[in-house]
Design a binder for this molecule. Structure first.
Ligand code: PMP
Length: 397
């Protein structure tokens, strides 16, 4: 028998938690595990700009013919403008080429497989800690995963010295995974001077930056959040970007993102990109259309774009408000420990510093689900569930 030889896979640390949450019969349970934005009513609604774009698409659609391997052309152009800014020199010089991908995950996987099959790159450096799926994606694609220090638990802050020391061990041709903004899980990003230092290190030691850019617009704003990427792109000759629209357009189940390759010149970009296309062809042939058409419709229509930017700002501001409320509610529940660092973190997550045992107690005794690392999705907090969450945390501390 073939299938009886197969070992049971471990549950995914994040999506597996959602399964346990769903099976929990308690009515007052709260899921702060998976990174999904919820509004004040605890829902993850379709954005109005998205609904309008979909209505337009439905009435104007004339065919379900295949897309090209790289997906919707207008979408790929719009992605480059979002990433590198209007009038970007590298875009004008045609050094960047973009292919639509099934989510940020699909983009990362295509980038990794492209590197393994076509370049000498064998090692990828990821931050410790990082998004739980990074190791899995890169391992599966055939890269060797190494870690660089990133976080200092005692001060709840970045350990930039460790990051630079570890990355200076990397060999020429190694890949460095960088979170564009809203680092998952810590919520702590590099400042401009630190980005500059990382860019110089990559340039001087011939390391290839691979940006994972899943939260553009969830930190300080659409342009502000691209600061690190743009700074690095201005200094290094080549890089890759895997971006996602799951969060900033709320298009989680449409699986829409992109992989962008930037080369030293147009000719190199065209040749290298031909292998990205080949990688896509051998995986899923060509991408689905709907998510890309939604995003390109919104980004190329002034009114829809304005509406989307306002909706994105609303999501960003609500999360920021929840951070402040979280800190003050903990205090109100008698927590004396300083949690003010939570209001300095960016994006959906807060790295709380809660340990495994406390995380387990939150789940078992209070029905509050957070990831084992202590990562809390602040985007799942609301004014109505905040009290119960903080009360539970105060009990397990
Ligand atoms: N990278 C990071 C850092 C993420 O947090 C996520 C989503 N949780 C992704 C990539 C993947 O996003 P997608 O759902 O678009 O595949």
């Amino acid at each position: 028998m073939i299938f009886s030889q197969v070992a049971l896979a471990p549950a995914d640390p994040i999506l597996g938690l959602t399964d346990t949450f769903k099976a929990d019969p308690r009515a007052d349970k709260v899921n702060l595990g998976v990174g999904i934005y919820k509004n004040e009513a605890g829902q993850t609604p379709v954005l109005n700009s998205v609904k309008k774009a979909e209505t337009k698409l439905l009435s104007e659609e004339t065919t379900k013919n295949y897309l090209g391997i790289e997906g919707v052309q207008a979408y790929n152009g719009a992605v480059q403008t979002l990433l590198f800014g209007t009038g970007s020199a590298l875009v004008t010089a045609e050094r960047a080429m973009t292919a639509q991908a099934p989510g940020g995950t699909g983009a990362l996987r295509i980038a990794a497989e492209f590197l393994v099959r076509n370049t000498h790159a064998r090692n990828i450096w990821i931050s410790n800690p990082t998004w739980a799926n990074h190791q899995n994606i890169f391992d599966t694609a055939g890269l060797t995963v190494k870690e660089y220090g990133y976080y200092r638990a005692e001060s709840h802050d970045i350990d930039f010295d460790a990051m630079m020391t570890d990355l200076s061990q990397a060999a020429a041709g190694d890949v460095v995974l960088l979170h564009g903004c809203c680092h998952n899980p810590t919520g702590i990003d590099l400042n401009a001077a630190q980005w500059q230092a990382v860019a110089e290190l990559c340039r001087d030691r011939s390391l290839l930056p691979l940006f994972d850019f899943a939260y553009q617009g969830f930190g300080a704003g659409i342009e502000e959040d691209a600061q690190g990427l743009r700074l690095v792109a201005a200094l290094v000759p080549e890089l890759l970007v895997a971006n996602s629209f799951s969060k900033n357009f709320g298009l989680y189940n449409e699986r829409i993102g992109a992989v962008t390759l930037v080369a030293k010149d147009k000719a190199t970009a065209v040749t290298a990109f031909s292998q990205i296309k080949r990688t896509i062809r051998s995986n899923y042939s060509n991408p689905p259309a709907h998510g890309a058409l939604i995003v390109s419709t919104i980004l190329t229509d002034a009114a829809l774009r304005n509406e989307w930017e306002a909706e994105l700002a609303e999501m960003r501001n609500r999360i920021a408000e929840m951070r402040t409320l979280f800190v003050s509610s903990l205090k109100a529940h008698g927590v004396t420990q300083d949690f003010s660092f939570i209001s300095r973190q960016n994006g959906m997550f807060s790295f709380s510093g809660l340990n495994k045992e406390q995380v387990n107690r939150l789940r078992d005794e209070f029905g509050v689900y957070i990831v084992g690392s202590g990562r809390i999705s602040v985007a799942g907090m609301t004014k109505s569930n905040m009290d119960a969450i903080c009360k539970a945390i105060a009990c397990v501390l």
